[in-house]
Design a protein around this ligand. Structure first.
Ligand code: DX5
Ligand code: ZN
Length: 216
């Protein structure tokens, strides 16, 4: 059985009870946390800034992935690193020059990964894969939790799996959006290493749902 990593997205957690919910996730076997940062420009929603990331940092030693759904990751990334984020996940679709930005992050020895939206051609991001800690495939349009899984994202996962395996890269494939025990299974079968989940985990009993996802 493949050892799939579960990365709860705290966007659907009860923020009043966040410390406890983080502990529950960890006890149930979560491997990392996924922090959805939205600025109201790149997507039509506003969520957290570096302050919340630094509070979460005090609540866990697990890896923190910051999914930056913001127009200017180049302007704000340092604040998220300072807050305790371990991996910066950067959208291919941001208006910045990705290749240049990644070179800069590489020089600064910062861990990062590329993110691809449902309508973007997967071939466009292949050149960034070898430098990425994680390649994040969006299986919903970014902005909101609780949306329906987009099946065509599985083709992207399959293509990335083959590309990574053929070239012996160590990049992990992560999938984000509409993941539950059914879609999670499809994603793992297609080759995903890490499942992000918000509403399924936090609306269905944290412990039970994480355990179910881990057993896929
Ligand atoms: C969407 C976010 C996702 C999302 C996941 O913009 O990147 O992390 O909140 O939510 P669910 O698991 O409910 O689809
Ligand atoms: Zn996300």
């Amino acid at each position: 059985m493949k050892n799939v990593e579960i990365s709860p997205s705290i966007i659907s957690s009860d923020l009043l009870d966040l410390g406890n919910q983080i502990k529950q996730c960890q006890q149930a076997g979560a491997g990392s946390f996924h922090l959805d940062v939205m600025d109201g420009h790149f997507v039509d929603n506003i969520t957290m800034g570096p302050e919340l990331v630094s509070s979460i940092r005090r609540g866990t030693d697990l890896r923190l992935d910051c999914h930056l759904m913001i127009e200017r990751p180049d302007k704000y990334y340092k604040a998220f690193l300072k807050a305790g984020c371990d991996v910066l996940l950067i959208h291919y679709e941001t208006p910045i020059e990705i290749a240049e930005f990644f070179k800069k992050l590489e020089k600064e020895e910062i861990k990062y990964g590329i993110v691809i939206n449902p309508d973007t051609d997967v071939n466009k991001i292949l050149k960034f894969v070898p430098f990425s800690e994680i390649v994040l495939v969006m299986s919903v349009y970014p902005g909101f939790s609780g949306q329906k899984f987009i099946e065509s994202s599985l083709d992207k996962v399959r293509i990335l799996r083959k590309y990574i395996d053929d070239n012996l890269y160590s990049t992990k494939i992560e999938i984000d959006g509409g993941i539950n025990d059914h879609t999670g299974k499809l994603a793992v079968e297609a080759g995903a290493d890490i499942l992000v989940s918000a509403s399924y985990i936090f609306n269905n009993g944290i412990s039970e749902s994480i355990k179910k996802l881990k057993s896929l």
